[in-house]
Design a protein around this ligand. Structure first.
Ligand code: GLA
Length: 381
């Protein structure tokens, strides 16, 4: 009997070792699973998909608002923790006014006074942010149910999400057929591919609005996170957060992140721009933009060793330092989200582009395809 038990134990050990990764740790399986997350107020079913790669990195995404509900990655000691803010329940996302983890659209960021001219016609949108329009309006892409479909490849798993934004929705012209593909690779990349076509000219500016805190499970604020942004200029704002149209140099200002700098070092400097944004809430003009994928920014948290690198084809990056978080939101696992407990890094075209003739155009015309990609890559150092 003793002999039999020891044989069984040896077989189990051999099996465990043979299933292990290079570092001896058991490898996880590349997979995507789907379960019900809840129902909207009108009774529509909402799902949540769990994407896991062979390193054990896991991303949970719901087809409500295309929201990344959780993103768990290892620290330098192999401890896996959640690095994004959000909620445990769908109900909280339905109520949410902070845009946790979603995709914003049809137009991410602000449009001055909620008005723009296109082909000699004036369009009026909701003013849901002081005098201005923000993140697609009252019911933007973050508050709708997308159609979801799992995608499985050899070295990655993905979720394709589709949404038809009807002509006139939130005041925007044209039926906009939008699709997103979230992909988790075995390289620890979360890739987002955005595509859209329209039957009338319309502004489009889609972006992911993840609130990152790389300390893991929100253990500290983000003031000691080191940020690098490859940008020599930025788009300063007026007191209502609309770009003035100038593109001044970041040199010798708190907006210079050309070498990695802790976010907290200059955030309280006497500076009109920091006053207007209540901290950082600005768009940087990325260097060397030519529409191809480039490494343009990174965020590093020294205690955990987690590094997030951002590759994008977009010309701009909005960095928002969680200035409106004030401890009134209780998030996942009842963690209280306090002031500056997250960094939001939104790759996009510049805010208010439909009203700024000198900015790169954000108008999509019939026959054209809006197509852009951003990658968040995780590692440790
Ligand atoms: C964006 C804006 C911020 C704020 C957040 C959501 O990042 O730039 O001003 O509205 O969304 O709270």
């Amino acid at each position: 009997m003793k002999f039999l038990v020891s044989i069984i134990i040896s077989v189990v050990i051999v099996l465990l070792i043979s299933c292990g990764g290079q570092d001896g740790k058991p490898k996880s399986k590349l997979e995507i699973t789907q379960e019900v997350f809840g129902q909207t107020e009108s009774g529509q079913q909402v799902d949540i998909y769990t994407l896991t790669n062979t390193n054990g990195m896991q991303v949970r995404i719901t087809n409500y608002g295309a929201i990344v509900q959780s993103l768990t990655v290892s620290d330098r000691n192999g401890k896996t923790e959640d690095v994004v803010l959000g909620y445990d329940k769908l109900e909280n996302y339905i109520q949410d006014a902070s845009y946790f983890g979603c995709v914003v659209g049809r137009f991410g960021n602000r449009i001055s006074k909620g008005k723009f001219m296109l082909d000699n016609k004036e369009y009026t949108l909701a003013t849901n942010n002081g005098p201005n329009h923000l993140h697609g309006g009252k019911k933007g892409f973050n508050k709708v149910v997308w159609d979801g479909k799992s995608v499985k490849n050899k070295e990655s798993v993905g979720l394709k999400l589709i949404y038809l934004s009807k002509d006139g929705e939130e005041g925007y012209p044209g039926n906009l057929n939008s699709s997103l593909v979230y992909t988790l690779t075995n390289n620890n990349e979360l890739q987002i591919e955005y595509e859209a076509t329209t039957d009338k000219a319309t502004p489009v500016n889609l972006t992911h609005h993840g609130y990152f805190n790389l300390s893991g499970n929100c253990k500290s604020d983000i003031l000691s996170h080191e940020l690098w942004i490859n940008a020599n200029t930025f788009t300063p704002i007026d007191s209502t957060s609309i770009p003035t149209g100038n593109l001044p140099s970041v040199e010798n200002t708190p907006f210079d992140f050309n070498s990695p700098t802790a976010i907290g070092v200059r955030i309280n400097d006497e500076n009109e721009q920091l006053k207007f944004g209540l901290g950082y809430d600005h768009n940087w003009v990325l260097n060397n933009v030519d529409g191809t994928m480039k490494l343009q920014a990174s965020l590093y948290e020294p205690t955990s060793g987690r590094l997030m690198e951002i590759y994008t084809e977009e010309p701009g990056l909005q960095f928002y330092s969680g200035n409106f978080l004030d401890g009134s939101i209780s998030g996942k696992k009842e963690i209280i989200y306090k002031h500056r407990y997250a960094a939001v890094l939104e790759t996009q075209h510049f805010p208010d582009s439909p009203n700024q003739p000198d900015f790169i155009s954000t108008i999509l015309k019939p026959g054209e395809t809006y197509k852009t990609k951003t990658i968040y890559r995780f590692s440790t150092k």
